[in-house]
Design a protein around this ligand. Structure first.
Ligand code: SAM
Length: 181
């Protein structure tokens, strides 16, 4: 089985979207956490930085980074080593990982399910209050094996100006999901 085949349900970020996420990293960034790297699509776009990409995010030592770039597992079903107290998070596991990341950096770029923003006013307000620079809607065809609605949330602690809304146009020719494909 090829590496790409083995990881097809890991929902790796397509390389073009990784490049887009990397373009949002603030100037002056040196250290980056990619908390759940999988086969490393995002990590490959971060060669200019000092990157930490743990095998198990839940047990890694908590420390500070200049920036976090993440596409976390959205559900406990697609994650390993999930602590017992987070198993109940189910489809909200991705948000629980994002909350941990917000404690570890003042700059976070996260590919998340749309419902992270849409299904709870309290959560939306809390993210907005933390500091949300932009929200970019990704096309439903972004992931090869599931038509899911996702967004890239660009966050900077203390950002108080308006949040910019963008729509990302993933061209058919750019729907290549892994550099191994
Ligand atoms: C949605 S995929 C995204 C992969 C990668 N971040 C990317 O954007 O291409 C989520 C990844 O989290 C990884 N993962 C699951 N549990 C993890 C854990 N406890 N620690 C680190 N990574 C984990 C999975 O193997 C999977 O590759």
């Amino acid at each position: 089985m090829s590496i790409a085949e083995k990881h097809k349900f890991d929902f790796q970020t397509p390389p073009q979207v990784c490049k887009y996420m990397a373009s949002l990293i603030p100037e002056g960034t040196k250290t980056i956490l990619e908390p759940t790297p999988g086969i490393g699509n995002i990590v490959r776009e971060l060669s200019a930085y000092e990157v930490t990409a743990p095998d198990n995010f839940f047990t890694m030592e908590r420390q500070r980074f200049d920036c976090v770039v993440t596409n976390p597992p959205f559900s406990a079903k697609y994650a390993h080593g999930v602590p017992d107290n987070m198993l109940k998070d189910g489809m909200r596991l991705g948000y629980s990982i994002l909350k941990e990341c917000l404690k570890m950096s003042d700059n976070v770029i996260a590919l998340m399910l749309w419902f992270t923003l849409s299904d709870s006013d309290v959560r939306l307000r809390s993210l907005k209050n933390w500091g949300m620079i932009s929200v970019t809607a990704l096309p439903r065809k972004t992931f090869q094996y599931a038509r899911i609605q996702t967004v890239v949330i660009q966050m900077q602690r203390g950002w108080e100006a308006e949040t910019i809304f963008k729509v990302y146009d993933l061209l058919e020719k750019d729907i290549q999901h892994n550099l191994f494909d």
